[in-house]
Design a protein around this ligand. Structure first.
Ligand code: SF4
Length: 459
């Protein structure tokens, strides 16, 4: 624990060091496609005996993989009478088969099916994560079984929290989470630009309420990139490493302030522009914006006789920005912080032009969902292909999270009130629009494939 001066200077803020995070296998319980055994076969091929089990329990609708979760306090270790199981400093719970006598106490103690007795050897068998490249996760194309590099995420988000005490946004706000993630990754060498909207209260505060510890500029909705252009040029002229970074909403970006953004991209201004997309004008009562999802109920796209929510498909601002040939463009989601943090690194590295990140940040208030639902909605948007994750450098594309087997759209729509009115026809229409958008990104990736900076033909 370290102490540092608080924002008022006369107080101190306790800063607790984050716990050491370790890379880990992450399983989405019971969500595998029925009959899929890709992980089991890959593990058996790599390790001789499969250390992951696929369960197909149709009667209780459970289809899923089971393997060791490398518990912090492993029950198997505590139950083993010979000391054959230890938890290493790396976080891996390791089994020494030479010391195993095949009593089965470990398998009986594990509530998760993470350790089993091998019928051939008569000894215990369990996952050891393949030294950090688990064959099962590499083989899983559905995303239900993943290797999550949390240690890399902890390194990427290594800067202090950007806020002073207390934040005045709604509890559970995804925009706040996105702001924290962004500036823990970017660090203190930044001037934050905000415009009227929810996040201006994060960047510039509200009365005496909390604000960011970083220098910030409050702009109009119509001129954020123009203001940034002047500040960024002066910063460069003075030799400062400080970057101009916008954190503004979709109303400012896609509607009111699109023209100056387009101009700054065309001129190649070296600014970093993050649009947090909550699909509407949320701080004035949840009116629709041009990024609002087709079919969504908002204050200005009601549901009733003659209208069933928004009629138009959302404007794809990120693709429009990529079509400018911007130095770097990406989509990101608050549900995938490791992907967001990696993209922020690439955005900061793209100093030869404008970097644009379109961050999916559901507003649980405007989307009529429970207070703790925003991250799960964002995750489902990725898994159902509603919000594809991709990046482009100078108009060269790649998907960063391809979704080979999308979840049913109902898994996303059912999480929020704004889409609950959709019947089967409405969901089908939305599904067609979602698929068309995903296919467009896939086609761009195929036609204009990603090139690493410095590679032949890359810039
Ligand atoms: S209205 Fe939505 S986006 Fe705005 S602060 Fe509240 S939860 Fe966040």
């Amino acid at each position: 624990m370290a102490l540092r001066p608080g924002p008022a200077g006369d107080r101190v803020t306790a800063v607790t060091a984050p716990p050491a995070l370790r890379d880990t296998l992450c399983i989405e319980w019971g969500a595998c496609p029925p009959g899929c055994r890709d992980c089991v076969e890959a593990c058996a091929l790599a390790r001789g005996v499969a250390r992951v089990t696929a369960l197909d329990l149709a009667e209780v609708s459970f289809h899923g993989a089971l393997t060791c979760g490398q518990c912090g306090e492993p029950a198997c270790r505590d139950a083993c009478p010979t000391g054959a199981i230890v938890r290493e400093e790396s976080g891996v719970v390791r089994l020494d088969q030479e010391r195993c006598v095949g009593c089965g106490a470990c398998a009986g103690a594990c509530a998760w099916g993470g350790i089993t007795l091998d019928a051939v050897t008569g000894r215990a068998s369990k996952c050891d994560t393949c030294g950090g490249r688990p064959a099962c996760a590499l083989a899983c194309t559905t995303g239900r079984l993943r290797w999550v590099e949390t240690s890399a995420l902890a390194r990427r988000l290594g800067h202090p929290d950007p806020f002073t005490q207390g934040v005045s946004l709604c509890p559970g706000c995804a925009a706040e989470l996105g702001f924290r993630t962004a500036f823990r990754a970017i660090g203190p060498d930044a001037v934050v630009f905000a415009a009227p909207g929810c996040a201006c209260m994060l960047a510039c505060g509200l009365g005496t309420a909390a604000t960011t510890r970083l220098p910030s500029v409050m702009s109009l909705m119509t001129n954020v990139p123009s203001l940034m252009t002047g500040v960024a040029r002066q910063l460069r002229r003075s030799g400062a490493r400080t970057r101009a970074v916008a954190f503004v909403g979709d109303g400012t970006t896609a509607d009111v302030g699109f023209q100056p953004l387009s101009g700054a991209a065309e001129r190649g201004e070296p600014i970093v522009y993050i649009c947090y997309d909550n699909e509407g004008y949320m701080n004035t009562g949840a009116q629709r914006s041009s990024t609002t999802l087709q079919g969504a109920r908002t204050m200005t796209t009601p549901v009733g006789p003659g209208q069933a929510g928004k009629r138009q498909v959302p404007k794809d601002v990120a693709v429009l920005m990529a079509m400018h040939g911007a130095a770097y463009v990406a989509t990101a989601s608050v549900s995938h912080p490791e992907d967001f943090a990696a993209k922020l690194e690439r955005a900061l590295a793209a100093e030869d032009g404008l970097a644009y990140i379109h961050l999916y940040a559901p507003c649980h208030v405007g989307w009529q969902a429970p207070m703790d639902a925003a991250v799960e909605i964002a995750r489902m948007a990725v898994l159902t292909r509603v919000f594809p994750l991709w990046e482009a450098r100078r108009g060269r594309f790649r998907l960063t999270h391809p979704i080979a087997h999308p979840r049913p759209l109902g898994d996303f729509a059912g999480l929020m009130g704004r889409l609950r009115h959709l019947d089967e026809d409405g969901l089908r229409a939305l599904g067609r629009a979602v698929e068309e958008r995903y296919r467009r990104v896939e086609a761009l990736c195929a036609a204009l494939p990603w090139q690493e900076p410095g590679a032949a033909g890359g810039r």
